[in-house]
Design a protein around this ligand. Structure first.
Ligand code: ZN
Length: 73
């Protein structure tokens, strides 16, 4: 499903594809390129913290690893 996020920085709405009910991980605004760590639970944005480029890279790597180890559905 697609989850809509309004960027706290520029208020631009972006959509984010959600695989699970809960997501915690990086999000980048497509417009202003601002980076955030977001937490989505029960289709609600619970948390949105600014993220540095370094931290973003690390989180991206973790996400890629998680996908690799996920069993095909
Ligand atoms: Zn933005």
């Amino acid at each position: 499903m697609l989850f809509k996020i309004a960027c706290p920085e520029c208020k631009t709405e972006g959509s984010f594809s959600l695989r699970d009910q809960r997501y915690q991980g990086p999000y980048r605004c497509w417009k202003c390129r601002a980076l955030y760590t977001i937490l989505i639970e029960d289709e609600e944005l619970k948390s949105c913290q600014p993220l540095t480029e370094d931290e973003f890279q690390k989180q991206q790597e973790i996400e890629v690893m998680k996908r690799k180890f996920r069993k095909p559905e």
